[in-house]
Design a binder for this molecule. Sequence first.
Ligand code: GCU
Length: 663
Amino acid sequence: MQEWTQLWLSYRPVKAYERADFFAEYTLEGFEAEHPVIRNALRELTLGIGSMLGVKPESAVKKTPAGGLRIRRDTSIGSEGYSLKAEGDGITLAAPDEKGVLYGIFHLLRLVSMKADIASLDVLTEPENPLRMLNHWDNLDGSIERGYSGRSFFFREGKILVNDRIRDYARLIGSIGINGVVINNVNVKGDATDLITDRYFPELQKMAEIFSGYGIRLFLSLNFASPMELGGCGTCDPLDPEVVTWWERRIRTVYKALPSLGGFLVKADSEGRPGPFTYGRNQAQGANMLADVLKPYGGLVIWRCFVYNCTQDWRDRITDRARAGYDNFCSLDGAFRDNVILQIKNGPVDFQIREPVSPLFGGMEHTNQMLEVQIAQEYTGQQIDLCYLMPMFREVLDFHTCCRDEKDTVADIISGRTFGNTNMGIAAVCNTGDDKNWTGNDLAAANLYGFGRLAWDMSLSSAEIAEEWIRQTFDLSPESERMLRDMLLRSREVYEKYTCPLGIGWMVNPLDHYGPSVDGYEYSRWGTYHRSDHLGLGVDRTDKGTGYAQQYRETNAAMYNDPHTCPEELLLFFHRVLYETRLKSGKTLIQHIYDSHFEGASEAKEMAECWEKLRLELDPEVYERVRERFRRQIRNAEEWRDQVNSYFYRKSGIPDEKGRRIY
Ligand code: GCU
């Protein structure tokens, strides 16, 4: 028995599929069958079609079949794209490059596994984002920072693992169009610093080779202090000639061993990680030094914008962590080399269930940018609680930054449509581990699948993605498919209702970040405060407060600045509001807090009941595993409900209008 599942690539038999004949033969024109990517594409075709339809696709190179699958090169299609067209008794897959062929085959397999009719198939698709990346926060000892699915499948006890699981991982993420992977944690310490030394080159070479067979480039996270930690330099000042020479030598060796390496992800000057600030240099000086060193090899520097003061005094109401990204980077617009990409978290703080979009999107015009989201559910239920994140990602992508009259959404910006930049894209902090089902909660795999699909095609709806994933993963009746889809679609809102209200964020247990602790971070150094007292709560980020709202372009700045026009779901992020203030619903703020927490907890229960209705249609192991998670979610939701409601009841002294139990 396989030690791990195949998720959406399980290729279950598809009964009575009418177009099996389309796959009996294939021809290859303009591509070499022996090219590693083509070889993998054909292997996948054989595996998938064999297992789903019981047909073995045969190569018909010498003959010219009237039907079957015709794969041919077409350089008029954009890089990595493909077209699929049903013609006569077969299908033509046209692509400009090998990756396009791979993606086209995976598309076909997806259609077959969804039992879609392909008789009138006619698609042309090119990826919207040039870079579609996963960031793993895996440590060399095998632990995973913010990992909720077991241990790392890349590392164990200081060693790199290269095995069948790595290949299956590459197949899975290749099938959804991911083309770059950072395998190690952004917090680079200890053994991980050595990833750029010969100690790890042989395994990294093997890993890079497996990845590139599925169109994926390997990237590494880098320790900015390497010249000191590895090279014995007295400094890592990016402008010091000794430091630059050290990097040049090191990177030359790295690229000699790993010529296909995509480049490096860097977390500098953040949460204790070293960076240019130590030497009085700015972020551009740090990033550009590395970019110049990497330039001859075509390497990229992906530089994170998660730079803020994490030693704030909670009494200080002027410093605002939300401002930090913009304050540290925006004035440097245009100063970065063209092989630097700034990687920006979706919100200004840290992956909360609700945050506004980072004002750096639309704030910078002459800088390559990537959006960073987190599918590892650090603050969104830790893969215990169900939280399908596509609705959140859709909101981020669809947000109008107002930086232009048109093409001004985050999706426009990161795809390069707004400012014409080419090194752009999207990255997700990954939610996988070595658990048998990859993502701890089987339903969390929808976030991995969905992220890849959305990274390719930012016009897909959350519902479409959910339907695709469900159809390929489970074997359910149409009615059950709809029920599961609806569970996924409402899950984010449910989670939001029973946790922190109206964009205020946090209120989580410190360090671990699961479960409620309203004051957990209130008197700490992390800059994440709700500022509740007996009258109200919320952070004044208007022009009369920290001024954060002014970092947005007009008309967004004005919209957020005014409590009457600020979207209500973000009200407490931008404003201090009194408990008795009426919201748009007519309810007071305090009543809204009570109601949403009672509702959220009872909706969590409803979702669990829905899952139980699916029992007979599910693999018993999957059913039980998810049921157990729902049990924990219900307890978690009740804990949140009671702690948050009791906390605000005690602060405000205002009882619940409906007289429900508050402690
Ligand atoms: C969060 C998270 C950390 C992580 C950091 C980052 O603060 O809790 O574990 O290192 O984000 O994004 O770098």
